[in-house]
Design a protein around this ligand. Structure first.
Ligand code: PMP
Length: 474
């Protein structure tokens, strides 16, 4: 929803203008205290913001003493308070944690390990402290490497908070102007019906053929739109430096899409002299199931890959991986130094995350658990009037909530109904999810990768209760 100044409020945000009615005494006191120092710029989730005091695995303990099942956390990908990550961080803090202009083994150990996870020609990496910084650096690198300025993103994209990156993030609304060198492409209609299930590596010959046909169908709609965006940037004198793409289209409504279409997009942007920047802040580190990186689902080759959120399991760390000629071009005209980027503590945390992903087989687990959740949730929701469909890739699921089309017309997204479901799950079932997409009407389910069968049982039971209460019906 947009206000008069064009600001788009965050999905599932606490509405400060409604005051503190409905909150218990502790919640109201903490919200008041927070507002006094942090103001209202930063959103809070839920009608009753959650006061968290501790966490373990996929569980968060509230100040109310309740155990909340966290089905919304891609940062704590290997679990809240993961002991292996904690040990690595504590050990490194006891050794040294200075800046990156010294020779240090920690950054090299991690860089070598991380780069080994990339297919194709990606052979270098730079480290940052967040997804926003990663995208900011990637855009600057693309600009230098191509000599062009123009950026293409999806219509609902979110890529972060720096001045540059926020100006290419239409999901903020129009309260601050977007960049003049930005062109946006609508994708939600074309990707809406494609579920991204399976391991993303092809299901044998038949699966690959089916996937090719689906990708062709998507590209038949999106190809002309992207080419129109490229044309607009060229006519505007900006040229095409890159397409910056969130591989799961989280803020566009969770649209993993038919496998293969991103490979066609890569060809199209290359034909204009631009680069494909794969924003893996959401999709990366196994989240899509069966593959480490979202672009691998498509058999595509990205030129630059940006990372953040899950990389350090909560320790701030991000990265930009790239083909080395892109970095060489950047180095020829400027330099990159980032005081905290690549610091030894963050590198040890990130290394411990890779250890856990490997030790627990989380890339395959994300595929299997995601497929189970998609199947079981669909079974529960099928037949309920407000259920508009489910899409997923790995452990990232989007569930459409509609008005149920009581007037005989096509069902429309219903953000208010989605909000009611999200808050009922939080208040009455102690299960945490959120919403995203057009009208904030897509339920977003994205648990830590260590989510297991008993956690799934609890989530499904909670959704059953919500259905019994009629929240998925008109
Ligand atoms: N890209 C995407 C796709 C994101 O979802 C986010 C954060 N939600 C970012 C970039 C920015 O990451 P950060 O908040 O770590 O700066």
């Amino acid at each position: 929803m947009k206000n008069a100044q064009g600001r788009k409020s965050v999905a599932n945000g606490f509405d400060f203008s409604h005051g503190l009615e409905g909150l218990d005494a502790d919640e109201a006191a903490v919200v008041r205290r927070r507002q006094k120092v942090l103001g209202t710029m930063g959103p809070l989730f839920y009608n009753r913001p959650l006061h968290v005091v501790s966490g373990s695995g996929v569980h968060l303990r509230g100040a109310d003493g309740a155990d909340y099942l966290d089905c919304y956390n891609n940062v704590a990908c290997v679990g809240h308070s993961n002991p292996h990550v904690r040990q690595a961080v504590a050990d490194q803090l006891g050794r040294q944690n200075t800046h990156s202009r010294y020779l240090q083994d920690e950054v090299l150990d991690y860089a070598e390990r991380l780069l080994a996870t990339f297919p194709g020609a990606i052979d270098h990496v730079a480290f940052t402290n967040s997804g926003s910084e990663s995208n900011d650096l990637a855009l600057r690198m693309a600009r230098v490497a191509t000599g062009h300025m123009g950026v293409v993103v999806t219509q609902g994209a979110y890529h972060g908070i720096t001045s540059l990156v926020s100006s290419v993030s239409p999901s903020f609304g129009t309260g601050l102007p977007l960049a003049p060198f930005l062109a946006t492409v609508r994708v939600d209609d074309a990707l809406h019906d494609a579920d991204g299930s399976g391991d993303g590596t092809g299901d044998g010959a038949d699966g690959a053929a089916a996937s090719d046909a689906a990708a062709d169908a998507v590209w038949a709609v999106l190809g002309p739109r992207f080419n129109q965006a490229f044309d607009a940037l060229e006519h505007g004198g900006y040229g095409v430096s890159c397409v910056l793409i969130d591989e799961v289209m989280s803020s566009d409504g969770i649209l993993p899409g038919a496998r293969g279409w991103i490979a066609r997009l890569a060809d199209a942007v290359h034909a204009r002299g631009g680069l494909l920047i794969s924003d893996e802040v959401q999709a990366g580190f196994g989240r899509m199931g069966g593959v480490m990186w979202g672009f691998q689902r498509h058999g595509a080759e990205a030129d630059i890959v940006t990372m953040g959120k899950p990389m350090g399991n909560g320790i701030p760390v991000g990265g930009v991986a790239y083909r080395h000629p892109i970095g060489d071009a950047f180095a020829a005209c400027t330099r990159y130094f980032n005081t905290f980027g690549g610091n030894p503590v963050s590198m040890r945390a990130a290394g411990a995350v890779l250890d856990e992903i490997e030790r627990l087989g989380l890339v395959a687990h994300a595929r299997d658990m995601g497929d189970r959740l998609a199947r079981d949730l669909s079974e529960i929701l099928e037949g309920h009037e407000r259920f508009g469909g489910l899409r997923h890739a790995g452990l990232f699921l989007g569930i459409d909530v509609t008005d149920g089309a009581d007037d005989g017309g096509a069902a429309q997204p219903d953000g208010a109904a989605a909000r009611a479901i999200v808050n009922a799950l939080r208040d009455d079932e102690h299960v945490l999810i959120s919403a995203a997409g057009p009208g904030d009407a897509v339920l977003k389910v994205r648990p830590p990768l260590v989510f297991d069968d008993s956690d799934a049982d609890r989530l499904l039971e909670a959704v059953r209760h919500i259905c019994e209460r009629g929240l998925f019906d008109r």
